[in-house]
Design a protein around this ligand. Structure first.
Ligand SMILES: *Cc1c(COP(=O)(O)O)cnc(C)c1O
Length: 471
């Protein structure tokens, strides 16, 4: 399988070449040259497989530069009941007639990002050992991504993590999750500033090409194709649990921010998994909902990005969206470039409302969308507790609300549970008056010793710290 850039760069690459890379050289995103097609006989075979073997089968269609036995071992080591809490890995539960929750948040950091990041950690360690190379991952986090990356990379040979976060701005639980890690290859850097300062520092360091090369700086952000590919697997696993046979359609609702999770659903659908509808659920930051309603994609300025109670969906620009638009415009790289480089780059928006391609978003690709507010979130959390004795986190609540607006008779609706409620306890307290239960392994983590350095919002200070700690 070869990978191409959405912006038309002539080079073609293999999986392991793009594994450790971010954007393509022309600023585009990597996608496979085609989506492998899965027929009903294959689906029938896959239906019987445990999760790790299903992951191996799907990954094998996209990865041909790791020997199959090695890839199989990596999948088996990643998706275990010890790490993800059950043999099903992503157990499905019926909430009410025809509406299901797929649990993706029982990994080490209690958010769905573990599903991909745990695999990425093992792939990185494998590939770096094979090359005899090292990688220093530099990131910025306001919560979920940083902790998922740290728990995936802790103790891994050849990898160090330098994770910046805004000092004092994460929830006490999120801070404790990250700062209590004592592994020598994990470095927490609390920056005196806000999340945007952290992101600016990462950009500044990455733009210093001399430094970047000398210290082998890499990232683990959500545009990484391997992360997206890992997420394709749980759409198949959810489908098999929600249906008794492979002729039945299913709908999915996906709480969305950077469009990584739901883009994996799009890939699964393109491969032939019988998904009828993919519902994109947003919060008050509704760039994606606006696009699917109107055909206009209008990114927001940082100042117009709301701080909401589903903070992991607070995005102004959906970094994976370009992948879907590439398919939407018939994989025409010239057209894609004119939308993303000319229109979006210069004017902060593009408009497909009059383009026949836009109608295909719903008709051919199955996309629908909804938006939620803080009041909706609280109401959904209360209602789900009262009627089903089930606690959902604010992001999953946005998903449930959106799902109910797009139910189709006779078609199961699977809502992806993207985090456990304990990660967002303050909103649960606001809705219910009490804290959600906390898994036993997280009892008392706020009191553990913390491993963190505080630095000013200054890229030079961060560079000096990285240099000191890379020997
Ligand atoms: C990251 C995240 C999301 C958004 O996922 P995308 O892939 O960025 O669309 C939703 N909910 C939670 C809890 C997250 O951590």
């Amino acid at each position: 399988m070869n990978y191409l850039s959405t912006r038309g760069h002539p080079d073609r690459k293999r999986f392991c070449e793009i594994l450790l890379e971010g954007l393509a050289p022309d600023g585009g995103l990597y996608l496979p040259e085609h989506y492998p097609q899965v027929d009903t006989a294959t689906l029938a075979k896959w239906r019987e497989l445990p999760y790790a073997e299903l992951a191996f089968e799907i990954l094998s269609l996209y990865i041909d530069d790791i020997p199959p036995a090695d890839l199989k071992a990596i999948c088996a080591k990643t998706y275990t009941a010890e790490v993800f809490g059950s043999d099903e890995i992503v157990p499905l539960r019926e909430l009410e007639d025809g509406v299901y929750l797929e649990a993706l948040s029982n990994g080490p950091t209690l958010a769905f990002k573990d599903m991909a990041m745990q695999l990425l950690g093992n792939l990185f360690e494998y590939e770096l050992a094979r090359r005899g190379a090292e990688l220093n991952i530099l990131g910025a986090t306001s919560g979920d991504t940083g902790s998922a990356a740290e728990y995936a990379m802790r103790g891994k040979k050849g990898v160090r993590v330098f994770m910046t976060s805004p000092d004092g701005r994460m929830s006490p639980f999120q801070q404790a999750q990250m700062f209590s890690l004592q592994d020598q290859n994990i470095h927490n850097i609390a920056i005196s500033g806000v999340f945007d300062d952290c992101q600016d520092i990462v950009k500044a360091v990455s733009n210093d090409l001399g430094f970047k090369r000398k210290y082998r700086i890499g990232t683990v952000n959500s545009i990484n194709w391997a992360r997206l590919l890992a997420q394709v697997v749980y759409y198949f696993a959810g489908y098999f649990q929600a249906t008794a046979s492979n002729d039945k359609p299913v709908n999915f609702t996906v709480p969305s921010g950077n469009f990584g999770n739901v883009c994996a659903g799009h890939v699964a659908r393109m491969m032939g998994l019988p998904i009828q509808t993919l519902v994109v659920a947003t919060n008050e930051n509704d760039v994606l909902d606006e696009f699917f309603r109107t055909g206009i994609y209008r990114v927001r300025a940082a100042a117009d990005t709301h701080e909401t109670s589903s903070p992991s969906m607070d995005i102004s620009k959906a970094s994976n969206f370009e992948r879907f638009v590439f398919d939407l415009v018939g994989r025409d790289a010239g057209k894609l470039r004119s939308l993303f480089v000319d229109d979006l780059g210069r004017h902060g928006r593009f408009d497909l409302s009059a383009d026949p391609a836009f109608r295909q978003a719903a008709e051919r690709f199955g996309f629908k969308s909804s938006r939620s507010t803080h009041a909706d979130r609280l109401a959904t959390i209360r209602d789900t507790d009262k009627r089903f004795a089930t606690l959902v986190d604010p992001h999953t609540a946005d998903g449930l609300k959106a799902a109910r607006e797009h139910l189709a008779p006779g078609v199961p609706m699977v809502v992806l549970e993207t985090a456990l409620p304990i990660k967002f306890a303050a909103t649960l307290v606001e809705a219910l008056g009490h804290e959600p239960a906390r898994p036993a392994r997280f009892e008392g983590i706020e009191a553990l010793p913390k491993r963190v350095v505080k630095l000013p919002a200054d890229a030079e200070a961060v560079k000096a710290y990285i240099a000191q700690n890379c020997d």
